[in-house]
Design a protein around this ligand. Structure first.
Ligand code: WTA
Length: 667
């Protein structure tokens, strides 16, 4: 734990800096003091049934639940017997509450529509318009034979129609499985097969950093690897952009244009009453073993979790313009671009493209243009902006901002301070929110009116969240002792399982530390009880806030004909948080050349997606293994990080391997 250790020293120096909640938050936020937080927290832990039952009263239910929580560890059921619909809560309920004409989605496209700096085309979609669009697509899906309980794959750019597609699935009770638009055709084929999904919603393409991402072509390519999919709905995004002439292949009978499908559909589609425990969606994420797993989230508990956290953590007020910059293809996009804000009747901003297109002022220009008041992004983005320089920020008026958030990876105190001073003008509180695809909702976070913040810590658990730092046996660690981050009680938005693989749920999350949910993260708590997340302790790496499994990258590498064996480790990376280092042995007769390195990097990008491209490829004659044949990743990690091996090497099979790698390093 040497990285974690030096991180701990750095952080403990930062602990002296404490920022109390700004007075206007302490006056107007939902929770107004530390004392109030502690009381509510205690109640939520002592009597979760009463606490969450009361909270759930704010949602719309077709039928009220019989029991708030049925907990048979490690299986939880929330709001048993209750019936509701997520799309109803995000749309109809908001219209009933008088928000029909309020903007539900503000969308901005990437290509600038006129003069440089003018921004992309903007669509404003009111709650009523969004409901009409959702209903028409929902009716279109039904016409294509989609039924309650089916899985619909969505592979789209960041356009408002991606939100329409997700809500349309929710409306008719089909589970969506969204695949991030940066994933490759192989990744699409794997996920479609695993999810047993026979319909894909995509677009001809999307704009990203001035180029076109050929989404439809990727889907076509994927469908050569599986014959599962019967229908593809294609949104015309590029073809309909001014001045673009973009051709795609078309398979008659299989491919359907979105605009043709919805043209004659009714804007009336009754929301299907779903059981609280019915699956709302499956979302694939990387684990420490094998292929990505389909995390299953349900209707009632998930909606409540994201609804409540959005309201309390982001302090949403009626006139806020809220912008979470995550792509809809990740959990942050699901929970905090879409379901959390809309179920609170908030205006959510979506942006199609890259943060640095046409330059690093794009985000700040957008904040000014749309008067964004709540802004939620990732540490990686903040570090990139920091490096680009504050002149890009200073050109713009950011006085509309009142609250900032961060998520996805530990934020280094330097980036935190820059975010606070340069973006937040020293006046906006920062909520550093810790959570995971599996947790569905934010679990550790400051509350802006109640929690004094310190740069680099996600601070305290949200209501109902019993987080602790323990050792492998489950024994709780003392203040500032590093250990494993676990959650000891169920929470409403927790995953209910892994699609297609029920045994793995128990093995993956409930076995390493007996009786509790193990997050895969290492952390410590300081004397104030604040959680300092140190990062993953399993074989998951976090590259620019994106989760990747080392095994996935290894499998991609060994699928190349030149590669015999591969071992992949995460290494510290100044900008990306973690980078990817690969140790590779070659098949007999293959030469370790620079050209082959480049080829392997491109290869991994093609197999998984650009986000998985290795930072380093290191050829070696053999990999260090234990006597039982297990690759000693810890040693490789140390070697890649420090250039030397410090740990215990007595179980090593062949010391020569390390010596050779070191020589190479020095040479
Ligand atoms: C990391 C993203 C430190 C952590 C919502 C976790 C964080 C993994 C934070 C989940 C944070 C997320 N501080 N680390 N505020 N937020 N992480 O599933 O390692 O893509 O286990 O969910 O990101 O990544 P995932």
């Amino acid at each position: 734990m040497s990285d974690a250790h030096s991180g701990a020293i750095e952080s403990s120096l930062q602990e002296q800096r404490v920022f109390p909640p700004p007075p206007e938050f302490a006056r107007t936020a939902l929770v107004k003091s530390t004392e109030e937080y502690r009381q509510l927290y205690k109640r939520s832990i002592d009597d979760p049934g009463a606490f969450w039952g009361e909270m759930a009263g704010g949602l719309h239910w077709f039928k009220k639940w019989d029991t708030v929580l049925d907990w048979k560890p490690p299986y939880a059921k929330w709001f048993v017997g209750g019936k509701l619909n997520v799309s109803y809560n995000c749309l109809d309920l908001q219209i009933e509450r008088g928000r029909g004409d309020k903007a539900a989605i503000l969308w901005e496209g990437e290509p600038e529509s006129g003069m440089p700096g003018s921004g992309g085309s903007v669509h404003r979609i009111s709650f009523r318009q969004l409901k009409d669009q959702v209903c028409r697509l929902a009716n279109g899906l039904k016409e294509l034979g989609v039924k309650k309980g089916d899985r619909v794959t969505i592979y789209m750019p960041m356009v408002a129609e991606a939100a329409v597609a997700m809500l349309a699935c929710a409306r008719i009770g089909a589970a969506h499985s969204v695949i991030f638009g940066g994933f490759s055709s192989q990744a699409i084929a794997d996920r479609v097969e695993d999810a047993q999904s026979d319909i894909i919603i995509t677009a001809d393409g999307g704009f990203r950093r001035g180029s076109i991402v050929p989404l439809k072509a990727n889907v076509d390519e994927a469908l050569k690897k599986t014959d599962r999919v019967k229908k593809i709905i294609v949104l015309e995004r590029i073809g309909s952009a001014p001045g673009k002439d973009f051709k795609i292949d078309w398979v008659e009978g299989r491919d359907v244009w979105w605009h043709e499908l919805v043209r004659n559909q009714s804007t009336d589609c009754p929301a299907e009453p779903m059981d609280a425990e019915d699956t709302l969606f499956v979302l694939y994420t990387s684990g420490s073993t094998g292929k990505p797993k389909g995390i299953q989230h349900t209707t009632g508990g998930y909606l409540l979790g994201v609804n409540i956290t959005t309201r309390y953590v982001f302090d949403l007020k009626e006139d806020d313009v809220y912008w979470c910059t995550a792509d809809i293809g990740w959990i942050t996009g699901h929970s905090y671009v879409l379901y959390g804000p809309l179920s609170n009747g908030a205006t959510t901003l979506m942006y199609e493209g890259a943060p640095n297109f046409p330059d690093f002022s794009r985000f700040w220009a957008m904040i000014e243009r749309h008067r964004v008041s709540v802004f939620y992004t990732a540490p990686t983005a903040i570090r990139a902006f920091m490096r680009a320089g504050r002149e890009f920020v200073d050109r713009h008026d950011l006085r509309s901002l009142r609250l900032l958030g961060t998520v996805g990876e530990p934020i280094n105190p330097e980036a935190w301070m820059w975010y606070r001073e340069v973006i937040g003008g020293g006046r906006c509180p920062i909520v550093d929110t810790w959570w995971q695809t599996e947790t569905g909702m934010i679990l550790i976070t400051p509350l802006p009116g109640a929690t004094p913040t310190k740069p680099g810590t996600a601070t305290l658990p949200f209501f109902g969240v019993d987080a602790a730092i323990v050792d492998r046996t489950g024994k709780e660690m003392g203040p500032n002792q590093g250990g494993l981050l676990v959650i000891r009680k169920p929470w409403p938005a927790m995953l209910r399982g892994i699609f297609n693989d029920p045994d793995r749920y128990v093995k993956q999350y409930w076995t390493d530390v007996p009786g509790v949910y193990f997050t895969g993260d290492g952390a410590r708590r300081d004397a104030d009880g604040y959680f300092w997340i140190m990062g993953r302790v399993d074989d998951v790496i976090n590259v620019s806030g994106h989760r990747l499994g080392t095994m996935e990258i290894e499998s991609a590498l060994v699928a190349h004909e030149a590669v015999a064996e591969a071992a992949v480790v995460g290494i510290p990376h100044e900008m990306k948080g973690q980078g990817i280092a690969c140790f590779v042995t070659l098949e007999h007769g293959r030469k370790p050349t620079e050209a082959l390195k480049k080829e392997l990097i491109t290869w991994v990008g093609k197999q998984i997606g650009s986000l998985a491209k290795p930072d380093q490829i290191r050829f070696t004659e053999a990999l260090p293994k234990t006597r039982s044949g297990k690759i000693m990743r810890r040693l490789l990690k140390e070697l890649a990080t420090h250039g030397e091996v410090r740990g215990d090497t007595t179980t090593l099979e062949d010391f020569n391997v390390i010596a050779k790698l070191k020589e190479q390093d020095e040479g």
